[in-house]
Write a protein that binds this ligand. Structure first.
Ligand code: HEM
Length: 425
């Protein structure tokens, strides 16, 4: 076992981000970090530090020459090169040049019609029942549908069987390991190969390999064009000096996008409805005033950040809150805590639809700076399409039983079951 890189620091909170006291009251922990006047934490379990204050997080993100992404956004140190969130400039700049066109407004808008149709068809399928678990029915399926549309392959096998169950098992296991001390490869290797999560990870990986081969073949035969899907775009875009993404990187991109774009948005969608149905007067108000959709989405993202925090690793010894941090230490940037910083957001625990939206958009739920989420406009569009479909169609919407929280993914905090009911007309 290697020597710990971190140690408890006087005045800093000691937090195990994987354990019950944090998981059952993470907002209470963030509130204490802010009120203590010393918004830093140490975690002996996992051997890392954490930063909770909005300004400190932004300061770290501005110094990307010191605080690196190369060891990955998870706690375990990445050994094989990753993509985007796991690389630094100039490699990051090269990758961004290649992927920039795939994340344009035009590409996202070209999906709108299919997105609207998908959500409406989902609603059609359960409307007459008068009740549903909205999380499973739409929050999980919709973001996966969107990502698969972007990547260009279906959510069903050739015989029509849905791939969602094993994709979900793989995703939950994969993201669930982000706070494990070892890296993803080692974590997967330590699991039983028959575990549904491991089976899901393996099947998903094979799906990416097959899709890459398919794209190459169909591009060569002329059946598909450069812009047929994101993978075709990757295969036909050159960066500076004519360099292109390797097959390994393209497969890495598919995995990253599926995870980054679906697990997060799933949480956001259920949180939006949960907030509307539990905050006094919110549902009635937003239902009648559709111009409030954007602030509803943004305020939910601020107050209920889907991703609690992600890591950076310092290249050289630095000081953090007056404490020397030795090189190559993992430090967690707590987006969710920065969003509750009373120095930036007045009365931060209050869900307030009358806030100024530009001020709310200072939330860190999509990160900040070099690695700011490239899918943010798409996630916001998903939220808006979701609200536009649900609120007018499901009248007298209400909670219909116990809302369960997802406990399997400590780094993402959100709902697992959202039972709702409405009046069928
Ligand atoms: C509510 C939904 C979402 C949340 C909360 C979210 C959150 C984040 C965060 C916190 C980061 C920054 C990572 C870091 O600094 O280490 C990020 C990066 C990223 N996200 Fe998202 N994301 C969401 C949806 C999406 C969607 C729908 C997509 C794609 C379709 C996407 C694609 C990306 C990409 C490509 C990056 C990497 C940017 C870079 O390194 O240059 N995200 N996301």
């Amino acid at each position: 076992m290697s020597e710990p890189k971190t140690h408890p620091v006087d005045g800093w909170a000691e937090v195990d981000f994987n354990a019950e006291p944090f998981l059952t009251d993470f907002k209470g922990v963030y509130e204490k970090l802010h009120s203590s006047g010393c918004p830093f934490a140490h975690s002996s379990v996992g051997d890392h530090y954490a930063v909770g204050k909005h300004q400190d997080i932004m300061d770290i993100l501005k110094q990307y020459d010191v605080w690196k992404s190369k060891f990955g956004p998870a706690l375990g140190y990445l050994e094989t090169p990753g993509v985007l969130v796991s690389v630094d400039p100039p490699e990051h700049t090269f990758e961004v040049r290649i992927v920039a066109d795939c994340f344009s407004k035009e590409v996202f808008e070209s999906l709108r019609e299919d997105m609207v149709q998908f959500v409406n068809e989902q609603i059609d399928s359960f409307y007459a029942d008068g009740e549903v678990d909205l999380h499973e029915a739409i929050s999980v399926t919709f973001p996966l549908f969107v990502i698969h549309k972007l990547l260009g392959f279906p959510l069903q096998d050739e015989d029509g069987t849905s791939r969602i169950p094993w994709i979900r098992d793989g995703l939950i296991t994969s993201v669930g390991m982000m706070l494990a001390p070892q890296n993803r490869e080692a974590s997967v290797a330590s699991l039983d190969p028959s575990d549904p999560g491991v089976v899901g990870i393996m099947r998903t990986q094979q799906m990416y390999i097959d899709h890459l081969a398919d794209c190459k073949e169909k591009l060569a035969s002329g059946e598909w064009q450069n812009d047929t899907n994101i993978v075709c775009r990757f295969l036909t875009t050159t960066g500076p000096d004519g360099a292109m993404l390797t097959d390994e990187k393209i497969i890495g991109f598919m995995g990253f996008l599926e995870t980054a774009g679906s697990a997060t948005t799933t949480i956001m969608l259920s949180n939006i409805i949960y907030r509307l149905l539990t905050e006094e007067g919110a549902y009635e108000r937003v239902r009648n005033e559709t111009h409030l959709f954007p602030i509803t989405i943004e305020e939910t993202l601020r107050l209920d950040a889907p991703v609690q925090g992600l890591f950076r690793t310092n290249d050289t010894e630095v000081e953090l809150g007056g404490c020397p941090i030795q090189a190559d230490t993992k430090v967690m940037l707590l987006w969710a805590s920065g969003n509750l910083d009373p120095d930036v957001f007045e009365d931060p625990m209050k869900f307030d639809l009358d806030r100024n939206i530009s001020k709310v958009k200072r939330h860190l739920s999509f990160g900040y700076g070099t690695h700011f989420c490239r899918g943010a406009p798409l996630a916001r569009m998903e939220g808006e399409i979701f609200l536009n479909a649900i609120l007018p169609r499901l009248k007298n919407l209400r909670l219909n039983g116990e809302v369960e929280m997802e406990k399997r993914i400590p780094v993402l905090q959100g709902i697992r079951k959202l039972p709702i009911a409405w009046d069928v007309e």
